[in-house]
Design a protein around this ligand. Structure first.
Ligand SMILES: Cc1cc2nc3c(=O)[nH]c(=O)nc-3n(C[C@H](O)[C@H](O)[C@H](O)COP(=O)(O)OP(=O)(O)OC[C@H]3O[C@@H](n4cnc5c(N)ncnc54)[C@H](O)[C@@H]3O)c2cc1C
Length: 534
């Protein structure tokens, strides 16, 4: 068994956990971050992509609205290139309560969310596909935020401050020293070896899984109800601004333009298991119908992919009474010393991707208080590595970069403009045999063909670069195709069905993927964190 000793162990590599490990490392603690799978593979990698202005919560949840607008400003400053400054519109459609608009304006003014009413004609000029029957339109500073870019930028920042980041290290057991948590035993999924991580303090940032982790630590009854939400991406942008229904939050009331697609979402239904999120035909229909309210014809546009995520909905009476008194309803901090008499452990969950930095700051403040040390958070001040504080991502930036190298570098993924050079760089940096890990860094195979044209090329390059044997390369290819299929299968109609048939002919007819020799994706050296290369 490998043994590691550290001051702070952070469990969970979603937005919250990477925010926590960055904060901890910047305050001068030695830290280790672990996740059971790849970073950003939980809810954060499945979210809607909206950097909230707070407008959505201005009436229903003013505390969250204030947090969102404050963090919106911070993230624009420190994570400029992870964000596209799309702006946001709230529009009153014929299906919305017409009285809500005035309450919305009042709520925005009470919570500090900048809002400006514009003429309907101006809204339609900006977004020509919007429902022409809208009666009012308001501009707010919503934006879209790339989950994976943000996650990797935080991981890199933490690493620059000395933290270690270990994906594919599920926590199997929590170590106890009497009434204190003393670390955890993980399994290194790439080598099969157990890794014992001894720590002075442990922060549970496992989102919708936080109750299970608290159970492992011997602090039962932390109730985090996974709230399932589904989202559907169209194969191109139907709007360039985040468009919200101006009504109380409901299902399918926001379309977010992110990268090359528009994403409609979302639903909210409690489920038992955050790892089991089936998508039904009724939910798909409901989303498409809701899309038509905002953009008539939405349901007949080509639907590219559907997926689901699990919101960490915190409901814990015991902890709420003891620990969340001074904290917003959005985020939930559980100090297990107070709640359970168990020192050295804090759980931070709930909240939103937009408020991940604040959640991290609150959690690390609470840890410092328990440890009796005074070290202030600096995460709101320091720009993330590789970020340009004055510039945001813009839709044409990848094409502009591609044009600079188009004569010297082969194009591997046409939909997402991934070149051979960038693919080789990502394979080397991630030290992985898993094409899905590469997808999350480069967006490889995420366009309309869902890997149909690029993924066997990428497999060949992975085979070459990582010196995989044939069966291991075949396994990597099949795992990728299977993963893509999950998101296409519930929306098999129209043009995407035609694409799926073509992909099937390529993979079954030409490559005979069902019958190629299959192997194991082999053991890996210590994984190297990705430089964000998108
Ligand atoms: C459908 C939907 C749409 C949303 N849209 C938005 C939006 O537009 N804007 C917004 O701001 N917010 C949005 N949210 C909310 C936001 O996505 C979440 O609040 C946020 O991503 C949660 O981040 P997290 O790091 O706490 O959890 P996660 O991202 O889920 O991270 C938890 C991590 O813990 C890991 N883990 C679990 N168990 C273990 C273990 N035993 N050992 C090691 N690791 C473990 C998991 O693998 C996972 O990576 C949305 C949520 C949903 C469900």
């Amino acid at each position: 068994m490998t043994r590691i000793s550290t001051e702070v162990l952070v469990i969970g590599g979603g937005a919250t956990g990477v925010g926590v490990v960055r904060d901890v490392a910047m305050r001068g603690f030695d830290a280790v971050l672990v996740d059971r799978v790849d970073f950003g593979e939980g809810t954060t990698g499945r979210y809607h992509g909206l950097l909230h202005s707070g407008g959505r919560y201005a009436v229903k949840d003013p505390v969250s609205a204030r947090e969102c607008i404050a963090e919106n400003a911070v993230l624009r400053r420190i994570a400029g290139e992870c964000i596209e400054d799309t702006g946001g519109l709230f529009v009153t459609t014929p299906a919305d309560d017409p009285d809500y608009a005035d309450r919305f304006v009042q709520g925005c003014s009470d919570t500090g969310v900048p809002v400006e009413e514009i003429a309907v004609a101006e809204a339609l000029r900006r977004e020509p596909l919007l429902n022409p029957r809208i009666s009012r339109a308001f501009v707010v500073p919503d934006a879209s935020m790339d989950a994976w870019k943000t996650i990797w930028a935080c991981v890199r920042s933490a690493q620059e401050y000395g933290a270690r980041a270990l994906p594919y290290h599920p926590v199997m057991r929590i170590l106890r020293d009497g009434d204190r948590v003393a670390g955890a035993v993980c399994r290194d999924e790439r080598t099969g070896e157990d890794v014992e991580i001894e720590s002075r303090f442990t922060i549970n940032a496992t989102g919708a899984w936080a109750g299970r982790l608290a159970d492992l630590a011997g602090a039962p009854g932390v109730t985090v109800v996974p709230g399932k939400g589904i989202m559907i991406a169209t194969n191109h942008r139907l709007v360039n601004t985040v468009v919200n229904r101006c009504d109380m939050p409901g299902d399918g009331d926001i379309i977010v333009p992110i990268r090359t697609v528009s994403v409609i979402g979302t639903t909210d239904s409690p489920v038992d298991d955050p790892d089991d999120l089936p998508i039904t035909a009724d939910e798909v229909r409901e989303m498409l119908d809701a899309g038509d309210e905002l953009v008539p014809g939405f349901s007949s546009a080509r639907q590219l992919r559907v997926w689901a995520g699990a919101r960490p909905l915190f409901k814990d009476d015991k902890a709420a009474a003891a620990d969340t008194r001074d904290i917003s309803r959005g985020l939930a901090l559980v100090d297990h010393a107070e709640r359970d008499g168990l020192g050295g452990l804090i759980t931070i969950t709930g909240g939103k991707a937009t408020t991940f930095r604040l959640m991290a700051e609150v959690a690390v403040d609470a840890m410092c208080e328990q440890l009796g040390v005074e070290r202030r958070s600096r995460t709101a001040e320091e720009v993330l590595p590789g970020e340009n504080p004055d510039g945001h991502y813009w839709l044409g930036s990848r094409l502009a970069r591609r044009e600079r190298t188009m004569h010297d570098d082969q194009l591997i993924c046409e939909c997402e403009l991934v070149s051979r050079g960038r693919l080789e760089e990502a394979i080397a940096r991630r030290g992985t045999q898993n094409l899905d890990d590469i997808r999350r860094v480069l967006r490889l195979g995420m366009g309309p063909c869902q890997g149909g044209f690029c993924i066997y090329r990428a497999t060949g390059i992975l085979h070459d670069e990582r010196r995989l044997d044939g069966p291991a390369a075949n396994a990597a290819l099949r795992a990728f195709v299977q993963e893509r299929w999950k998101g296409v299968q519930p929306i098999l109609f129209g043009d995407q069905l035609r694409q799926a048939r073509l992909d099937e002919w390529i993979f079954q007819g030409l490559l005979d993927i069902e019958h190629v020799a299959d192997g194991e994706v082999g053991a890996e050296p210590e994984p190297v964190a990705a430089k964000e290369v998108v």
